[in-house]
Design a protein around this ligand. Sequence first.
Ligand SMILES: C[S@@+](CC[C@H](N)C(=O)[O-])C[C@H]1O[C@@H](n2cnc3c(N)ncnc32)[C@H](O)[C@@H]1O
Ligand code: SF4
Length: 402
Amino acid sequence: MAEFRDKLILVKVLLSNMQIIKVKPSINWFLTKYMAKFNLLNVDGQLIIHSHLPSVNSKAFTRFINEHLLARTEGPSHAQISLTNACPQKCEFCYNKGRNGELLNTTEIKQVIQDLKKMGVFWLGFTGGEPLLNKDIVEIVRSVGDDCAIKLFTTGYNLTEELAAELKKAGLLYVSISLDHWEEEEHDRIRGSIGAFRTAQRAIDIFKSIGVHVSVSSVISREMLQGDQVQEFLKFLISIGIHEAWLSEAKPTVEALWNKSAVFTEEERLSLVSLQDKYNKEGKITVNYLGHFEGGEHFGCNAGNKMIYLDAFGEVSPCVFTPMTFGNIRDKQVQTLFSEMKEYFPSESCCFINKNYELVKKYYKGQSPISKEDTMKMMKEVRFGPLSVFSRLYYKRRNMGE
Ligand SMILES: C[S@@+](CC[C@H](N)C(=O)[O-])C[C@H]1O[C@@H](n2cnc3c(N)ncnc32)[C@H](O)[C@@H]1O
Ligand code: SF4
């Protein structure tokens, strides 16, 4: 429940965003119901629902209303950029495994960030490899501007107190530190790196101490879910006092996971959705499960439609979990690449990669991402299903030609 002070901020937010009344009532109603499932957190003056959305009292949130809900830009709302492919850890499931090429330099990264913002991006994730290995990370974060929410995904490797403080000063809003298990040995085993757990713990402590919104990014395996271990894990996360548990099932992006036994069933997704709702009601921690956000009952899968991923070498993909390329930003403008990709991605009610990994497997030739030529062949075989509840509301007006 928001405190009195936060309610006042909320009233101010509403008054300064009165244009929201022009948004379709059914969309406003949907968003209100969705947001009410989470506890509003005040972290250093930022009112936060969860870290997949900008804080509500930010310029980025106003851009969400103006550019996406009202102006209905065709561009993406969310983007992720890999700042390096280098990494000290060796996770079997890593979506960036086996990529190579010529790294984007800092000038190219800063330019593409501005291009993406012009297209509509108001939420930007920095990933890797280990993004803290990019020596220009502070300069890159600073270049983004205060009208776009910035989230960093990290193992914590290479973090110092000074670097954390500089990142915050440069505009970092959210940090997600990877922790896949509550037992030190098990986390280190999953990450193929002794000391990974302690590195993560230290990074959590550092970011907490300087007032950054801290989430733990956890890859949930089917065994964990079936063994009823997720609750135990969440209890551990509550005990270490972080703001949010950012949960994702292990997505079938890499060869090791291209089999039915590794992929969540719809029943399993729904059981994690219920767990999320239960924990959010209790209010001791925000639980933000990707399968909740991208479920057909909410926003659906927006890979390639409202989401874009750029790997460390400039290859453009629909999202981080889709190992395919629509071209390289060195060969074509990102605006053009995104428009071309979007032609193939109408958005749908379930996760693209969970549904289509068999097709990726078919075209995979030992190199990630699969080539543009093979991506095009693959897309001819993809069949999209119905839209999510949000997308039906969002696109209805346009389809009716209003
Ligand atoms: C690719 S990593 C990059 C940042 C950093 N190296 C780290 O591990 O936190 C970003 C996040 O994606 C998660 N991730 C990687 N591959 C995944 C997959 N196949 N399915 C689900 N999450 C995945 C990682 O666990 C991590 O939390
Ligand atoms: S630490 Fe991150 S980038 Fe490195 S292998 Fe693991 S998931 Fe991939």
